[in-house]
Design a protein around this ligand. Sequence first.
Ligand SMILES: *[C@@H]1O[C@H](CO)[C@@H](O)[C@H](O)[C@H]1NC(C)=O
Ligand SMILES: *[C@@H]1O[C@H](CO)[C@@H](O)[C@H](O)[C@H]1NC(C)=O
Ligand SMILES: *[C@@H]1O[C@H](CO)[C@@H](O)[C@H](O)[C@H]1NC(C)=O
Ligand SMILES: *[C@@H]1O[C@H](CO)[C@@H](O)[C@H](O)[C@H]1NC(C)=O
Ligand SMILES: *[C@@H]1O[C@H](CO)[C@@H](O)[C@H](O)[C@H]1NC(C)=O
Ligand SMILES: *[C@@H]1O[C@H](CO)[C@@H](O)[C@H](O)[C@H]1NC(C)=O
Ligand SMILES: *[C@@H]1O[C@H](CO)[C@@H](O)[C@H](O)[C@H]1NC(C)=O
Ligand SMILES: *[C@@H]1O[C@H](CO)[C@@H](O)[C@H](O)[C@H]1NC(C)=O
Ligand SMILES: *[C@@H]1O[C@H](CO)[C@@H](O)[C@H](O)[C@H]1NC(C)=O
Length: 460
Amino acid sequence: MKKQFNIWQRELRMEKQNLKTHEPSMQLLCCLLFIILFSVLPFSTSENSITITNSITNNQTIISAGGMFALGFFTPNNSTNRYLGIWYNTISKPTIIWVANRASPIPKSSSPVFRLSEDGNLVVLSGKTVVWTSNVSANSLTVHSADAVLLDNGNLVLRHGENDGVWQSFDHPTDTFVSGMKISSNIKTGQGTRLTSWVDDEDPRPGIFSIGIDPHGHQVYIWKGDKPYWRSNVYATTFSFASGFIKYEQGFSAYISFVVQEDDVYLVSSISTNTVRTRFTLAPSGRIQLLVWVQTTWVVLWQTPLYTCDFYGYCGPFTICQKSESIPVCKCMTGFDPKSHNEWSVGNWTGGCVRNKTLSCDNGDTFLKFEGMKLPDHAVTVRNKAKSVGDCEFECFKNCSCTAYAYENVTDEVTIVCLNWFRELVDITRNVSIGHNIYVRVHNSEMGISTFLYKCQCFT
Ligand SMILES: *[C@@H]1O[C@H](CO)[C@@H](O)[C@H](O)[C@H]1NC(C)=O
Ligand SMILES: *[C@@H]1O[C@H](CO)[C@@H](O)[C@H](O)[C@H]1NC(C)=O
Ligand SMILES: *[C@@H]1O[C@H](CO)[C@@H](O)[C@H](O)[C@H]1NC(C)=O
Ligand SMILES: *[C@@H]1O[C@H](CO)[C@@H](O)[C@H](O)[C@H]1NC(C)=O
Ligand SMILES: *[C@@H]1O[C@H](CO)[C@@H](O)[C@H](O)[C@H]1NC(C)=O
Ligand SMILES: *[C@@H]1O[C@H](CO)[C@@H](O)[C@H](O)[C@H]1NC(C)=O
Ligand SMILES: *[C@@H]1O[C@H](CO)[C@@H](O)[C@H](O)[C@H]1NC(C)=O
Ligand SMILES: *[C@@H]1O[C@H](CO)[C@@H](O)[C@H](O)[C@H]1NC(C)=O
Ligand SMILES: *[C@@H]1O[C@H](CO)[C@@H](O)[C@H](O)[C@H]1NC(C)=O
């Protein structure tokens, strides 16, 4: 029996202690310490690194110290191009986790070279042309001692003497996320990392799907081009998702943590055992998949989007998409009616629903409670204002363009994170394993039509 939970939906409140053990930075630090210790020993220029004096060409590779990963040029099946990549060295099926020159394929005929250039950058050359570069600006004093080492977690790290964090492949992922990596996004700068799918299984060039974090909305998106294709729930605070898989190699747990830390929001993953190989890959189909290597093949343990309601905004505004009930999949929220009954009756849900009765924008409005929901898109975090549930409700209540609010209990009963919405509510799904409650503003006259009636206590 395979035991499996939907990892995006099973949320465990993370304790600070636990978080530490899943922090990649600690692991990385240990790795780096390890490297620094060993770099004073004579075999520092072993086959797991490249220096100013060696290079890689044709079918040469470098192998990480523990033999886990290899770096070199590869040619996908049926392709006429060569790419520099990193792959699992210990499994029989070629599985690439990183590609350098994916946007600049090199014809097979010109034998490309991977080396450290005089300016301290890693470069891929086709003849004399630089087709890919790590593109860091270096202090010339440190460049003479530059080297790049392939770590056993699959990370290629460029060092300039003492300065060991000049560049790393984990900061420039392609389509695959492995333990030790971080997919991050910065609230202030809006900059972050994304995985981008391959065009197809044999073509590493950037495909149309990408996955990354929306730092303002505290959620994960898969985009198709620039349009949302799938969206996670909203994680206003740090969460950890754990999935247990009982079957392969006596079972193991995969963890994903969504970490909110000041201005940085990021995802990290880890696994309870080092006897299985797992990876998250954004497939050319647009699905994010968790895969495990079992004997001779990769098995998909979990993937999304898969079901109707997983697809972003399937039902249109002010609707609830119901995973388990197939007919009808889409329902208007209480207090709302289909925008077009004609379209709705033939199963065209895209128009969604509209308010049954216009808001009065005073005490004539009320909030209806919806339980166990994936929270809608475009949440706005109310900062430093809401100290209580009442405050959160009042924040929303006092501005008539606020359509809904929700809150999350943070570490105690005192601190809450308050979310407000100011637009049409889109992409709401019922029946996520642990959903949230959302309070939606409607006209008072909708009272009595809902068993979830929640009377605003703003002015009592
Ligand atoms: C590597 O390339 C050389 C020459 O290009 C060739 O002779 C050799 O068979 C290749 N080795 C493998 C394992 O493909
Ligand atoms: C290429 O195809 C062969 C035969 O179908 C297969 O064994 C091999 O794993 C494939 N290589 C890649 C990189 O998919
Ligand atoms: C390579 O191309 C041939 C013909 O287009 C096709 O039959 C074969 O399945 C392809 N192999 C792979 C591994 O994609
Ligand atoms: C290198 O980085 C600079 C600025 O960071 C950017 O303008 C330039 O386009 C990059 N060059 C390449 C080849 O990526
Ligand atoms: C949620 O979905 C599961 C199957 O995915 C179903 O068994 C369960 O009854 C559903 N719960 C609700 C409240 O709809
Ligand atoms: C909308 O209002 C009409 C009457 O005004 C009522 O018949 C209908 O049930 C209401 N629909 C919803 C979804 O509340
Ligand atoms: C569904 O309705 C939308 C408007 O809400 C319309 O633009 C679209 O063409 C309709 N789709 C189909 C398949 O009828
Ligand atoms: C209500 O909220 C909107 C969106 O945040 C904002 O633009 C508007 O100024 C607010 N109105 C009032 C009266 O605060
Ligand atoms: C926060 O959680 C505690 C314990 O689970 C609960 O007693 C309390 O009512 C919650 N507070 C809010 C604001 O939901």
